[in-house]
Design a protein around this ligand. Structure first.
Ligand code: HEC
Ligand code: HEC
Length: 461
């Protein structure tokens, strides 16, 4: 990561004026220091809603083991295959619910937890070469099956084989060395969950009108953009790197089963359910149907709160739905200039600065105008970013315009976390077939001062 390099000369100038300092550097300032500017509940929620958010956050932090009886790992249902053992393990930076942690965080410096996870509780997994202490946290998809047909699915990094609470299981890890040698594996890093209730509550018509409003400006720069849609009800899907999922509840249900191996009411069938490796009845995460149900694997309280009676997946979705969007840093003249440049050179034609959500059942969350810096459409991003994976209408090089809110305190960028440097993230937008080529060309023609203003703006988000 590039950081401010203050030579004695520059330091001297800095005393004279801030703009002289800006003249000397053209660097990504790196993750913004100071307290996390995200992670809390939406500020207008009433006390009951806040309490639900806080209880849901505890569930989000829960660590899963196979049996649910390991000390400190009281969640039930890990595996047979998994990438993590807690939502908060991957969604951590700069606060619970965020993106991938890493050692360079000014908020929570943390080694990639997937390294220690490989052998936790006696597990015998090897750490694949693409999982390193420095991070990012990753999940892996294989592009093709051995017979050459399309795969595209997530292959769990680890299995429960060898764990003290999984005796008798003998499931091998996927063959990552061969997949790497055959160029058959691609990666995804976690996206942050802050403010996604507003995204979920935005009507399709608002997204369509927003896209239509930039039609001619986009056409002039050869920028397309289409929405990914649900094959079930035909509406716009908007969650995930390819906008592949319909709702927060669907996403968290999938995440619980795919990332942690916990079967649940949205995804009731265990993955990798080979004989000898299935230890619990499904769903491993149920709604507590009866107050005081003594066999409840969740809480078994006599009279539970709504959060306690609800399954984990309902809690996870509510945690994201009721969370506040990240708060940007206060503006400076440089940030203001950067914000204007972001629009003038055309970044905003995909990264839409504002959208408006619909009336909401949650207190103060009605008709909220918010700043996601995304149109939630998918765009062709060219050969450099293509991952070869199809999801819904999104083809191999199509990705959802990544929302840029919270970018200022992020450590890793792009779907596979290939860089921590904003300049490299922008240059990666440009390659044969990318709709962003003309905008990146304009970026390349900017003066050093203008580039710095744009970077300062991005790190203010
Ligand atoms: C091993 C790391 C890992 C764990 C554990 C994990 N996630 Fe994620 N999460 C990811 C990745 C990677 C993505 C992006 C996936 C994609 O789009 O293909 C993601 C994306 C998401 C999204 C979509 C957000 C958006 O921007 O559209 C939601 C919601 C989510 N995760 C919730 C959860 C919940 C809830 C849990 C716990 C049950 C969880 N995740 C556990 C890695 C993880
Ligand atoms: C054609 C639409 C389009 C244009 C124009 C565009 N972007 Fe993007 N941007 C995307 C998409 C799609 C992604 C996600 C790509 C991926 O991860 O493979 C992205 C990702 C990013 C990221 C990484 C975010 C993350 O979550 O990792 C940054 C930073 C970014 N864009 C900044 C910019 C800036 C600055 C400009 C103007 C110079 C710009 N973009 C122009 C579509 C666009």
């Amino acid at each position: 990561m590039k950081r401010w390099k203050l030579s004695p000369v520059v330091l001297c100038l800095a005393v004279v004026s801030l703009s002289s300092l800006e003249l000397q550097s053209q660097n990504d300032p790196g993750p913004r220091p100071g307290p996390a500017a995200a992670g809390s509940f939406f500020s207008t929620l009433n006390a009951t809603e806040q309490a639900f958010f806080n209880q849901a956050q505890v569930r989000f932090l829960e660590v899963n083991s196979v049996s649910g009886t390991v000390t400190g790992e009281e969640g039930l249902g890990l595996g047979p295959s998994f990438n993590g053992n807690s939502c908060a393990q991957c969604h951590a930076q700069p606060a619970i619910g965020g993106s991938s942690p890493g050692l360079t965080s000014p908020q929570i410096p943390m080694a990639n937890p997937q390294v220690a996870l490989a052998t936790l509780d006696g597990a015998t997994n090897l750490v694949p070469e693409f999982i390193t202490a420095a991070g990012p946290v990753r999940e892996a998809r294989f592009v093709k099956n051995p017979n050459g047909t399309l795969d595209g699915g997530v292959h769990g990094l680890y299995t429960v084989t060898g764990r003290s609470d999984a005796s008798g299981c003998n499931l091998a890890q996927p063959d990552f060395p061969t997949a790497i040698a055959n160029n058959n594996v691609i990666f995804r890093i976690p996206t942050p969950l802050f403010g996604l209730g507003l995204v979920e509550a935005t009507p399709d018509s608002i997204l369509q009108d927003n896209l239509a409003s930039t039609q001619s400006a986009r056409a002039a720069l050869k920028i397309g953009g289409v929405f990914n849609t649900s094959g079930n009800d035909g509406t716009i899907t908007r969650f995930g790197w390819k906008a592949q999922n319909k709702s927060l509840l669907v996403f968290v249900g999938e995440a619980y089963n795919v990332e942690q191996g916990v079967s649940n009411e949205a995804f009731p069938n265990e993955r990798s359910a080979v004989a000898g490796c299935v230890f619990n009845n499904s769903p491993e995460d149920p709604t507590v149907l009866v107050n005081g149900n003594p066999s409840s694997p969740n809480f078994g309280t006599t009279v539970g709160t709504a959060s306690e009676m609800a399954s984990d997946i309902v809690n996870f979705a509510a945690f994201s739905r009721l969370s506040a969007p990240p708060t940007p840093a206060s503006s400076t003249p440089s940030i203001q200039r950067g914000s204007s440049l972001f629009t003038t050179i055309g970044c905003s034609l995909c990264h839409s600065p504002s959208l408006t959500a619909s009336p909401s059942v949650f207190t103060g969350m009605s008709n909220v105008t918010y700043n996601p810096y995304s149109d939630f459409a998918v765009h062709h991003m060219g050969t450099t970013l293509s991952d070869g994976v199809h999801q819904g209408v999104a083809g191999p090089d199509q990705f959802r315009t990544a929302p840029l809110w919270g970018l200022g305190q992020r450590l890793f960028f792009l779907h596979d976390g290939r860089t921590s440097d904003l300049i490299q993230a922008i240059h990666a937008h440009s390659s044969p077939g990318s709709e962003a080529n003309q905008v990146v060309h304009k970026f390349g023609n900017m003066s050093a001062n203008q580039v710095q203003d744009l970077l300062n703006f991005l790190r203010s988000l």
